[in-house]
Design a protein around this ligand. Structure first.
Ligand code: MRU
Length: 351
């Protein structure tokens, strides 16, 4: 399986695949500090909500591992400051914020222990995130595949549309929405997996297409503006996208363009699913209204692979994400099952 985050437990070293150079160049870069991790996240050398959190937290591990601290309190204040810095790199995805809160809460419990033991616990907690993300994604893949099969009884091969990149490159491995497609493929149930280009950063054309080709999954790339006609004419059995943050009522922030796909899906009566681990679900916000939407630099729209394609002097509006209202979502696929958006609160309490 494609691996974009390479963490060596024994050496405590971290490398990531530079996603800015894909699909034509495969180059791993070293992450030796929180600053390296912050820059890689900010410039989108690594992206995707779960991968952002994992690289941020592992960046903290490689940073503190060999640093000297006088006592637990000084380690704690360093960690808190560095975590807040990492959270600020990209504001929409909730995973890094959730991970930071989790680490801070655990720290309160560890405080009475010797410095070395606190460091060891911190490292173990973060290393566990990496493993858990892969097993969560495999469970999401299984539940998602089953939901789509159940909705399409008697259909041998399913045509599925996805948007952005939610695969091995966006997670510790396997992927969320792309994990559902991977899982359907392993059951020999994929007709064609359609992926959008996902302008302006082209996560679909560069990254999802790369993963689909790599995995030999039958697939076709479409322009973002071909979605409605695809749904009208190509017998699409379901749509699966990822999430950067899901609110308690199911409103979902995801890559810009997700909302218009959901609107078109409703019109064409195509089931529209969000696949996301519970770490992407933010029960602290009742709905999507308060989700901060990151604005990206104009350059990402005006230039393609370094070539200036837009008219010089034009101003840009470049929100990186949008919020799809829960009423347009058929189900949210998590590692504990597929739920109606309005059932998240009940299932969270049980999980
Ligand atoms: O700007 P990006 O590439 O970080 O946006 C990624 C997405 O919107 C993904 O759909 C989301 O993070 C889920 S990745 C499993």
């Amino acid at each position: 399986m494609l691996q974009s985050i390479v963490y060596d437990k024994v050496k405590t070293s971290l490398q990531i695949l530079d996603q800015l150079l894909l699909p034509h160049t495969t180059k791993f870069i070293d992450i030796n500090s929180v600053e390296d991790a912050y820059q890689a996240i900010k410039t989108m050398q690594v992206r995707g909500a779960p991968a952002i959190a994992i690289v941020g937290c592992l960046g903290l591990v490689v940073d503190v591992k060999n640093k000297q601290f006088s006592d637990v309190t000084s380690l704690q204040s360093y960690i808190v400051e560095r975590l807040d810095y990492l959270v600020s790199a990209r504001p929409t995805a909730v995973n890094m914020k959730r991970a930071a809160e989790d680490i801070k809460t655990n720290f309160m419990e560890w405080k009475g222990n010797p410095l070395d033991s606190v460091k060891t616990r911190l490292i173990a907690l973060i290393e566990n995130m990496l493993e858990k993300d892969i097993s969560d994604n495999k469970a999401i893949g299984k539940y998602g595949a089953q939901s789509l099969i159940d909705l399409n009884p008697g259909v041998d091969k399913l045509n599925i549309l996805t948007h952005c990149n939610t695969g091995s490159l966006a997670t510790a491995g396997y992927g969320t929405a792309l994990g559902v497609i991977r899982s359907l493929h392993s059951l020999d149930k994929i007709g064609t997996a359609f992926c959008t280009e996902t302008r302006p950063y082209n996560q679909g054309a560069r990254l999802t297409a790369y993963e689909l080709v790599y995995e030999k999954i039958p697939a076709k790339l479409i322009c973002d503006n071909a979605v409605s006609v695809l749904l009208k004419t190509q017998n699409i059995h379901g749509i699966v996208v990822g999430a950067d943050r899901v609110a308690a009522n199911g409103d979902t922030a995801n890559k810009i363009g997700t909302y218009q796909i959901a609107v078109a899906a409703k019109h064409h009566k195509v089931p529209f699913f969000v696949a996301a681990p519970w770490t992407s679900i933010d029960m602290n916000i009742p709905n999507g209204d308060s989700i901060v939407i990151e604005q990206r630099p104009s350059q990402e729209m005006t230039h393609v692979a370094g070539i200036h394609v837009a008219a010089s002097g034009i101003d840009c509006w470049n929100p990186a994400f949008d919020v799809t209202p829960a009423e347009l979502i058929s189900g949210i696929i998590t590692e504990t099952g597929t739920f109606q958006p309005d059932q998240l609160t009940i299932h969270k309490l049980k999980s």
